[in-house]
Design a protein. Structure first.
Lengths: 414, 354
């Protein structure tokens, strides 16, 4: 029984590894799809830009200032800072910007209600009158042409969601920020773009992103019962026949966590939210009656399962150890395969070859030297994600409630 | 060797072998040689005139001496701060480029002409050319880049390697190869046989227009994206003359019959065909190839992931509602007008009417 369980897990992990290889090879040698990036002249539609802000006094001025400088027609763009129950100076800063840019910023100050970004966005929808909605977290700094790039895919009537590329700004702070920079490169430059190329399921990230209002209404609006509204949105759009597209050249700076505690909280929230989506959509995406294509069904299922692989990998190691002391032989091949593949299947953790390919595609050279340190990130991820999964499984017994942890900001420069 | 020493050596060797791969990582972590954020361009917004704006700044210091050359009817030469040679033309004189008896020559200087200029045939300009007045290139000439403050006119079989921008109209006669970015603040006209990549102007005329097509369109079109869509899993045929008021998405091929009116946007996963006289109020998107028949009117962006063919008499966009036509390969017949941008990532071609 233990042996069969081990075999099953190793097969699952091997599939994830093969998937990562497929993505990497596609990104290096395949046909690259950027169908909307050349739309530089158009009658640009009205757009509402939601900026999610919960205690963001350190960063909110930067994004509002950047948004006021973008090259989108001013009369067609409304910025709505969604101030979600902030207790710091966020409200004061937003109101100051409203005075400086009358008519261009309309704040939504939320003082009560359910916690979490999805709940705040849901409430803020009362201010949204446009068909195209863009969403940014407050720590992002959009460049001048980004809004047009994110709006352009909505000229395609099949597109319900758009996702841009996230680029860490505080790379050089410490080892963690440098590792997260590598992870982001692998995740976006290779993983997301390959899924776009192969017409699979690029994932909506909930920031540097857009959604079509009619599509959002069709799927029932924001789901405030989930910890990751972005994954939830991706799959509900997919089931309803809307495409989420990824724009690799629509890059935007973000701030990544600078301490391991913040990082662990962040990845645990992602894991719990993602697993919620796995429970809600896992079987439906594979076998349900909906409009996703066969390749989207298969990729969607594997995408939903990524965070479940961390505890499975740990279980596999325990099983291998147990079987070894039980004297079950020959196990060497299976253990070697487990050792080889485990690294490629944990959470949203991009495999080392995927990251190496991403670094090459980004035309950066020296940072690839840090690859061996990714083992550290791997270990932290596998334990954090496993703990998150265990918490989720135990929740019905312990009665623990899911709650949304805001990611702490570190920016100090004005 | 005693066993203790062997153990120490083994541990030492193991430690070295373990540490060795970490050395580059430790060095990079310590020295931070590549710890800057990725270079995300925050201000450059894909502006087609980016390089021409840069060149105009580059030659700012030459404009005053250029005016002096014009007023004195002389020429001048010198060296730019970056070491490039320049040639200022204050009078029309071919002898700066070709000597008697030569049929081709190469000019290695940045050239700035302060008046209307007509250049001889067969010259290769290895550096940028600036024209304060009307500019006419010679046949079979090659330009690295061109900036004209008035009209630019290229004679047959000329080549632009990187970019050209005309504040006035830009016109290229037959069989020109226009690589890179070609832009005008007024109008671009390309004759049959011209190859191009990226064009941008309020009005782009490919080939020669019929008389009735030369009038400027003045219609206005709503700029909101239409709601509601019709999803079709197989091939779809829109009948000739049919009026469709929703967005259409089909996973198969799409055939739109002559004279049909599409009031929303249209997408097909496979080949899309528009017969003559189709009117599309929204955008046209194909995940494969697209053929747009004669005399169609398309309001929104026209995008195909593989290739587009556009037949004579078709108009994309309007003066009030400029648009983009984009695909890796674009083949456009004589007599097509596009208001805005045409962007062929691999190659675009103007071909005679079929």
């Amino acid at each position: 029984m233990m042996l069969y369980a081990l075999f099953a897990i190793v097969i699952l992990i091997s599939i994830y590894t093969a998937r990562h290889y497929l993505f990497t090879l596609n990104r290096l040698f395949g046909f690259q799809r950027h169908p909307y990036i050349d739309i530089d002249t158009a009658s640009w539609p009205p757009v509402t830009i939601l900026v999610a802000a919960h205690n963001e006094e350190k960063v909110v001025a930067h994004i509002l200032s950047a948004l006021m400088g973008v090259n989108y027609p001013k009369d067609k763009m409304l910025v709505v800072p969604v101030n979600d129950r902030s207790t710091d100076r966020t409200r004061e800063i937003i109101d100051h910007f409203c005075e400086d840019y009358p008519g261009r910023i309309r704040p939504f100050h939320r003082t009560g209600g359910k916690g979490g970004k999805a709940a705040a966005l849901k409430d803020a929808m009362e201010l949204v009158k446009t068909e195209v909605i863009l969403i940014f977290d407050a720590d992002y700094i959009p460049g001048s042409g980004l809004i047009k790039q994110l709006v352009a895919p909505f000229f395609d009537p099949e597109v319900g969601g758009v996702m841009g590329r996230v680029v860490p700004l505080n790379v050089g702070t410490n080892l963690l920020t440098r590792l997260l920079d590598l992870e982001r490169s692998g995740g976006y430059q290779v993983d997301q773009q390959a899924r776009m190329n192969l017409r699979l399921v690029p994932q909506h990230g909930g920031t540097v992103a857009g959604v079509r209002l009619s599509a959002l209404r069709e799927i029932g609006g924001w789901n405030d019962d989930t910890l990751t509204e972005d994954t939830d949105l991706t799959f509900r759009l997919l089931l309803a026949g809307w495409k989420t597209v990824y724009q690799n050249r629509s890059e935007c700076y973000e701030e990544v966590p600078e301490t391991w505690q913040v990082r662990i909280k962040q990845i645990m929230r992602w894991a719990k939210g993602h697993n919620q989506a796995l429970a809600a959509f896992g079987l439906k995406i594979l076998f349900g009656k909906h409009r996703a294509t066969l390749r989207e069904r298969i990729d969607g299922f594997w995408l939903l399962g990524v965070y479940a692989m961390a505890p499975l990998t740990m279980i596999a190691w325990v099983l291998a150890l147990g079987l070894f002391y039980e004297g079950v032989a020959p196990l060497q091949g299976v253990i070697a395969l487990l050792a080889f593949t485990a690294y490629a299947a944990t959470g949203n953790f991009a495999a080392f070859f995927e990251i190496a390919a991403a670094v090459r595609l980004d035309n950066t050279r020296q940072r690839v030297c840090l690859l061996p340190f990714l083992v550290l990130g791997f270990v932290v991820s596998i334990f954090s994600v496993s703990r998150a999964c265990a918490d989720q499984l135990m929740a019905p017994i312990t009665g623990a409630q899911f709650h949304w942890d805001k990611t702490e900001r570190f920016r100090t420069t004005p | 060797m005693n066993s203790a020493l062997a153990a120490v050596l083994l541990v030492l060797l193991g430690g070295i072998l373990f540490t060795l791969p970490m050395l580059p990582a430790l060095i990079e972590l310590r020295l931070k040689r590549d710890a800057q954020p990725l270079d995300v361009v925050q201000q450059y917004a894909g502006e087609i005139r980016h390089f021409s704006f840069g060149f105009r700044s580059y030659i700012t210091n030459l404009l005053e001496p250029l005016r002096e050359c014009v007023s004195s009817g002389t020429t001048a030469q010198g060296i730019m701060p970056d070491g490039d040679q320049y040639l200022l033309l204050g009078c029309a004189d071919d002898m700066h480029f070709v000597t008697a008896g030569e049929i081709s020559a190469t000019c290695q200087s940045v050239v700035a002409a302060g008046m209307d200029v007509v250049l001889p045939n067969g010259i290769t300009f290895a550096k940028e050319v600036y024209a304060a007045g009307e500019f006419t290139g010679g046949e079979k000439s090659m330009f690295r880049a061109l900036l004209g403050e008035k009209d630019i006119h290229l004679k047959p079989s000329s080549t632009v390697i990187r970019w050209a921008h005309a504040v006035g109209a830009f016109r290229a006669e037959r069989d020109c190869d226009l690589y890179g970015r070609i832009s005008s603040d007024c109008e671009i006209q390309l004759e049959s046989g011209c190859a191009f990549q990226r064009l941008n102007a309020p009005r782009i005329v490919l080939g020669r227009l019929d008389a009735e097509e030369t009038t400027v369109s003045t219609e206005t079109v709503p700029t909101t994206l239409p709601d509601g869509r019709r999803l079709v899993d197989e091939d779809l045929e829109i009948q000739a003359g049919e009026i469709v008021s929703a967005n259409i998405v089909t996973r198969g091929r799409l055939h739109i019959g002559a004279g049909a009116q599409m009031l929303g946007s249209v997408k097909s996963h496979q080949h899309m065909t528009l017969e003559a006289g189709v009117n599309v109020e929204g955008s046209l998107i194909s995940a494969s190839t697209m053929r747009i028949g004669p005399d169609c009117r398309i309001t929104g962006p026209v995008i195909a992931e593989r290739g587009i063919t556009i037949e004579s008499g078709t108009r994309c966009g309007s003066v009030q509602v400029p648009t983009t036509v984009s695909a890796p390969t674009i083949e456009i017949e004589d007599g097509v007008t596009v208001f805005g941008t045409i962007w062929a990532r691999t190659e675009g071609q103007v071909v005679p009417r079929g």
